[in-house]
Design a protein. Structure first.
Length: 531
């Protein structure tokens, strides 16, 4: 079967950057553009060259890179009213960007033309046509019909006329935009099919650009493709203004893995998608969406014992695809909802699958601890130590005796805050008493603990704390509530997570720190792995 290629147009660097809390530096934009090109994206929209110096610099510097078949697009609006296209600064900036493609956005909705632009409907048509003719002489022209579906609903004849104006001017793509993100899939399909039919005599193809205000951006994009659209515009992870844009991760995955008859990204495998998704999150300094389809950390995570039991026998029972197809992985979680299957899956390295008594003992302890506020989903190292304790294979490398933490102002100006930790512990039959300062109580405890242990265990010099998170377990108890502390640590070979729970935040932190150090020492003796 011959596959129909669907062009993927990424606007992360322009539309995505309009999302709340999103800001890209020039180097960020260059790096993301290169990653998109490596991924096989067909069009990369770099920004609006008239809006700021950063976008101008982006278009100048991106020319230095080999982006393969990916084409960079400069984005801009139609000429200003009562001005020739060639005299308009915006038009000139688009040409000076020297990109192989230019994306021109124009008004489709008659209401927008008369009330926002304050022009007559005929002048709006002229603005689209004259701007398109001028730009099409310099680059491949993509026309984005802003508010197309709202415009078509209000005045279908006029909406079609705006498209004809752009097509007659030389636009190679006519992209229908659901700018307000409120259209339903069946309407998207119906209108797209009509446009494909009515514009069939022109040398142009149809694209779709949807927003996610109704949580339907991906569904609407797929509906448009089935109705004849050959280009999908969106952003990585769906970032963008208001509720965001169509998530290209999901669009690409669905087109390639779920629907028949389409190819995307030049037919490349999708094994890079999870890495690409997380790279954009990290670059934008945004938190990952654990529940994000296909690439989220929880997308293939299994917690219920019945689910895990079935997964162990046939993965397709609770997974719609093989997670490896998009570069993700299966995760088996341990919790109070777990059964023996979860314990076996997570504790495979301990070879306890034939010991039902031990599995029941571990499960009972997990349920007991979770009732106190523990969660082992992101504390694999603490769970590993729990298994070893239950199995009788745990060896304590040190015995904490007591600790004390002092924090406060150094003087009355409140500008110099200090934290000191003093600890006493037993290491190999020797009592150690040590102290250290830190930026805060937990940092001071961490420094004092490792300082006391370093002579006996030199490998601790490779260990470092990566992340520290605090969560109130029972907010109804106010300041007396239990506190859950998760610590992520790492060394040169891996990272691992530990947990502590107490009504005292320092004690909860101390528990997680002790587990983290013990896990490090155990894994240096025997191969273990955490998460």
């Amino acid at each position: 079967m011959t596959l129909k290629p669907i062009q993927i147009y990424d606007t992360t660097l322009r539309d995505g950057s309009q999302g709340e809390g999103v800001s890209f530096s020039l180097q960020d934009k260059l790096n993301i553009a290169r990653r998109l090109a490596e991924s096989g994206v067909d069009f990369i929209e770099g920004g609006y060259p008239l809006s700021n110096e950063k976008d101008v610099a982006f278009f100048e510097q991106i020319r230095q890179y080999d982006l393969g078949h990916s084409q960079v697009c400069a984005f801009g609006m139609t000429r200003r009213k009562s001005m020739k296209a060639e005299d308009d600064p915006g038009m000139q900036a688009l040409v000076q960007a020297q990109t192989p493609c230019i994306t021109l956005v124009g008004k489709t909705w008659d209401y927008h033309a008369t009330e926002v632009l304050r022009v007559t409907l005929d002048e709006n048509i002229d603005m689209i046509g004259e701007s398109g003719e001028f730009l099409a002489r310099h680059s491949q022209l993509i026309y984005d019909a802003e508010h197309f579906f709202d415009g078509y609903k209000a005045n279908p004849d006029y909406a079609i006329k705006t498209l004809i104006s752009a097509a007659s001017a030389g636009a190679k793509w006519l992209v229908l935009c659901d700018t307000n993100g409120g259209t339903l899939p069946e309407r998207i399909a119906e209108v797209t099919q009509t446009v494909v039919s009515e514009l069939s005599e022109y040398d142009t193809a149809i694209g779709i650009h949807t927003h996610n205000d109704g949580e339907l951006a991906v569904a609407n994009s797929l509906a448009a493709v089935d109705a004849g659209a050959l280009q999908v515009q969106g952003t990585i992870n769906g970032i963008g203004e208001r509720c965001g844009n169509a998530d290209l991760i999901s669009v690409v995955s669905n087109l390639a893995l779920k629907k028949d008859g389409y190819s995307v990204l030049g037919g490349k495998p999708l094994t890079h998608l999870t890495e690409l998704s997380r790279y954009v999150y990290e670059t934008a300094n945004l938190q990952w969406k654990n529940g994000q389809a296909f690439v989220g950390q929880s997308a293939f995570a299994h917690k219920g014992g019945m689910h895990v039991h079935a997964i162990n026998k046939a993965s397709q029972t609770y997974e719609h695809i093989d997670p490896a197809l998009v570069g993700n992985e299966r995760r088996i979680l341990v919790s109070e909802l777990s059964g023996r299957s979860n314990i076996v899956a997570v504790a495979t390295k301990h070879n306890i699958q034939d010991n039902r008594e031990l599995m029941d003992k571990i499960l009972k302890e997990v349920v007991h601890l979770e009732n106190q506020g523990y969660q082992f989903e992101n504390a694999g190292a603490s769970f590993d130590l729990l298994v070893k304790r239950a199995a009788g294979t745990y060896t304590s490398h040190f015995s904490p005796i007591k600790y004390r933490v002092v924090a406060g102002d150094r003087n009355s100006d409140h500008k110099h805050v200090f934290a000191e930790a003093i600890i006493k512990l037993k290491v190999r039959d020797t009592l150690w008493f040590d102290a250290a300062e830190g930026h805060g109580p937990v940092n001071a405890l961490d420094a004092a603990l490792r300082k006391a242990l370093l002579d006996a265990y030199p490998s601790l010099s490779d260990m470092h704390l990566i992340d520290y998170k605090v969560r109130v377990v029972d907010s109804g108890a106010g300041t007396a509530a239990s506190i859950r502390v998760n610590i992520e640590s790492g060394d040169e070979s891996e990272t691992w997570g530990t947990i502590g729970v107490s009504e005292n935040i320092i004690e909860a932190s101390w528990q997680a720190l002790v587990d983290s150090v013990e896990y490090k020492l155990h894994k240096d003796e025997l191969p273990l792995s955490g998460n």
